[in-house]
Design a protein around this ligand. Sequence first.
Ligand code: SF4
Ligand code: SF4
Length: 281
Amino acid sequence: MKTWHMIVDVSKCVGCYNCMLACKDEHVGNAWLPYTDEQSLHGDKWINPVRVERGSVPFTEVAFVTKTCMHCDDVPCAKKCPDAIKKREDGIVLIDQVRARGNKNLVDACPYGHIHWNEELQTAQKCTMCAHLLDEGWEEPRCVQACPLRALSVVYCDDIEFDQMVEKQKLKPLTDGSNRPRVLYKNLYKINKCFVAGALAYMDGDIETAATEAKVKLSMNGIPLLSTYVDFLGEFKLDKLPKNSGTYTLECFMEGCKTIEQEVTIEEDSINLGCLMFEKA
Ligand code: SF4
Ligand code: SF4
């Protein structure tokens, strides 16, 4: 049996907020009952690209992780409020909009903060995956349609096909996975892993010059893990290091120069090593 899934690629999202605006456009001023009452103009964001920064100046990086109701298969919200929240056969989780009126407790039913309280209408609401459109034959919800970089996509397929997709594309949940979310992510390292960055230079007479021919290698306990050449500015970045993963050895090589060796300890944040200077061999 085919069901709906959403895939979010963190590496493609630029934080344009088109998805959020398309969601507002679809739902503000429009009550798509019985799927959902209208969304409030301000405040509630049923889909929300959240900005995450890594590193420190000058080696900083910004990524956006777009968050929304994950239409969980374990359905923690429906377990808490079985009368008001239901999962459809196609995987979409909806709130009964009659039972939602005046029932602020429903907001606490989602442990991930994806049920919102509409003050004007005094009702609980959330992303419906635009079920009113999908049921009419649309191939994707408004947010997905509006994403200019295809950072969002939906898949309507059976479990076996989706499991293969999860494996092949290395899709991961944003949570610990116990809620069995239908919204899965690609390239989450952009928000939950660390990088080591720096620049390499040498003195050419009395001029500090970028070491554009240099190579760097990161290893742990003598086991090489990552390596890269520097870019045209002599800068490097080694990414996807797990938080609190311990102490690594960074080695920097350039022909005619002594090897630079430095210990780097990864805790919660990415590391900026600044400019490292080669000495002539
Ligand atoms: S993300 Fe929250 S509201 Fe959405 S299905 Fe899961 S528990 Fe329910
Ligand atoms: S529309 Fe796409 S690129 Fe723009 S913020 Fe949303 S997910 Fe990111």
